[in-house]
Design a protein. Structure first.
Length: 357
């Protein structure tokens, strides 16, 4: 046998080994890909890719995973004006986000489920920690919002709204640690957006939020015992913690048995405009101060160039299917005290007096 024949067989053998080796590599790659796909690796990779684009990258995903109790999240929408994240498995939890620069979102209070304050049970609590933000939490639903003034007046503000839902399999949103997680998720998004969108408004506060004021809105305070948003009012009340930066403050007047009678609310920044546009009685609030049909309101000027709005109105009685009877003397006295205290906390001017009569 010639040396050439041996060389030919050697070359052929080498090619066969290379082909066999390459086939083995491909087979291993396919097996690896199959294992990757079967074990959920592909889904995790796809979810992570979607999260990189979630809300233009303005969300703290690790915080949201803890809040929603999900190991993996999937996002929909990169536009920060309308985006969301959810558990891609069985849909146990989801969170929707709206980030707006300029005019406030069209349904700011509606998204927070408090566009009808006369129904009661809609009181917001401050995030505290020097942050211009509020939240409301239940066992399976939660909402939070914050706003920054990016320029003079109400027309140039940065607003973030978050709403979350989940089933009963995870931690309730109204637990203290969950409320703190929601506050961190909201304020972190507000801070990152302000930086990326060059909003020069004061973010206020610094460092991570470890705790937020407790939800006291379901606790009846005896007459003269209020220390928060209802301080100084001589009636039984339900109140929230008083906090200067909070863009919404609430107080409910009650009777000695705890029956809710009238709701007092203070609105600042874009929330003041939203109160006029979205609430059932908002269209009545067209002047600086006034009152009619059990609704009384007043305003004050604030340092950022905007106007604060303060109102009091009867609550709706679900049993009688009618509004509580107006009590002008009680309502107006409570409104004056509430408005003066809130305006002072927020660095706004003294509220305008109500017209006589």
């Amino acid at each position: 046998m010639s040396t050439q024949d041996n060389g030919g067989r050697g070359a052929h053998g080498m090619r066969r080994k290379l082909v066999t080796g390459a086939s083995a590599v491909v087979a291993l790659a396919l097996i690896g890909a199959g294992v990757f796909y079967a074990t959920g690796g592909y889904d995790d990779w796809r979810a992570d890719r979607s999260l990189d684009r979630a809300c233009d990258g303005l969300l703290d995903i690790s915080e949201l995973k803890s809040l929603l109790g999900a190991d993996r999240l999937h996002s929909q929408g990169a536009d920060p004006a309308h985006c969301s994240v959810s558990d891609p498995g069985d849909g146990r939890a989801a969170l929707r986000v709206e980030i707006t620069r300029g005019a406030a979102p069209a349904r700011l209070l509606g998204t927070l489920r408090r566009n009808n304050p006369h129904l009661g049970g809609t009181l917001m609590s401050p995030v505290g920690n020097g942050r211009p933000a509020i939240l409301k939490t239940g066992t399976s639903t939660a909402a939070a919002s914050g706003a920054l003034a990016c320029g003079p007046g109400e027309s140039d503000s940065l607003t973030v709204v978050m709403t979350a839902v989940r089933d009963g399999s995870g931690k309730a949103f109204d637990r203290p640690e969950q409320r703190a997680r929601l506050a961190r998720a909201l304020t972190g998004t507000l801070d990152r957006t302000a930086e990326q969108w060059h909003c020069t408004g004061k973010t206020a506060g610094s460092g991570p939020i470890t705790a937020v004021p407790g939800d006291t809105t379901r606790t009846l305070k005896a007459a003269g015992r209020a220390t928060g948003t209802c301080a100084g009012i001589g009636s039984p009340v339900y109140e929230a913690a008083a906090d200067g930066p909070a863009p919404v403050e609430d107080c409910v007047l009650a009777d000695a048995s705890g029956t809710r009678l009238f709701q007092l609310s203070a609105y600042y920044g874009p929330f003041a405009k939203a109160a006029r546009l979205e609430t059932v009685r908002g269209k009545q609030i067209l002047t600086e101060a006034g009152g009619a049909d059990g609704l009384y309101w007043t305003t004050s000027a604030c340092e950022d160039g905007g106007a604060a709005l303060f109102s009091v109105e009867p609550l709706f009685d679900e049993e009688t299917k009618a509004f509580r009877p107006a009590d002008p003397k009680l309502q107006q006295a409570a409104l004056q005290t509430f408005a003066e205290n809130s305006a002072e906390r927020h660095g706004c001017s003294s509220p305008r007096p109500l017209p006589a009569g």
